[in-house]
Design a protein around this ligand. Structure first.
Ligand code: SF4
Ligand code: SF4
Length: 199
């Protein structure tokens, strides 16, 4: 039956025997994100407040429930991973303080590392381009990011007029300077790679 957001739950939740639940996923989320999903009250406030739930195939409340019941496969394949905009409204509304945006971020990265195809190619592309800029300079040059994104998606002149106006008003810069301490930046990326290799 549909939950408060109108999304069908039956497709995701089959009858599960309590003693058959694998708790390795909740433990992994606790270690990686510092979030204990066992504190979830299943109140649904996260789904009710989510800015994009109307286009989610799995609601934030369902995401937490799937983690609690150790069902990683549908989580890594869900479209919601690529439709979540990290706005954190869900976490702000959660009475248990569960940081769902952080969980979504972790699952998105895990799906990416496992080579699971993103359901929204353009979101993955944007993610890759932005991380590429950060890795190189520690900052994001918005102008270059938009141009590269539009070139790679074949929409050559999209945003051209808006970009020109923003540039003239000094709202975006065509180039960005590099941060001073790039050694720290290199270390953060290296530690992230090592953590992934350990998992
Ligand atoms: S708002 Fe928090 S406690 Fe309520 S269902 Fe969502 S995650 Fe669980
Ligand atoms: S962070 Fe993602 S899941 Fe949470 S409210 Fe925003 S779009 Fe919804």
């Amino acid at each position: 039956m549909p939950d408060a957001s109108g999304i069908e739950t039956q497709a995701f939740f089959k009858t599960i025997k309590l003693d058959a639940i694998d708790d390795s996923l909740p433990q992994e989320i606790k270690t990686a994100c510092g979030v204990d999903v066992e504190t979830c009250l299943e109140c649904g406030k996260c789904s009710g407040g989510c800015s994009n739930v109307r286009i989610f195939d799995i609601t934030p409340r369902q995401v937490v429930k799937l983690i609690k019941t150790g069902q990683e496969k549908p989580l890594l394949a869900m479209d919601a991973l690529w439709a979540c905009v990290s706005c954190q409204l869900c976490g702000d509304r959660c009475p248990a303080g569960i940081d769902i945006a952080r969980i979504m971020d972790y699952l998105r990265e895990k799906a990416y590392q496992k080579g699971i195809k993103a359901t929204r190619y353009q979101v993955q592309l944007f993610h890759e381009l932005m991380l590429g800029f950060i890795k190189k300079t520690g900052r994001v040059a918005e102008g270059q990011l938009i141009i590269r994104f539009n070139l790679k998606t074949g929409r050559y002149f999209k945003d051209a007029d808006l970009g020109r106006r923003l540039f003239l008003k000094g709202k975006i810069k065509p180039f960005s300077s590099k941060i001073k301490n790039r050694e720290d930046l290199r270390r953060i990326f290296q530690e992230s790679i090592e953590r992934e290799e350990d998992q």
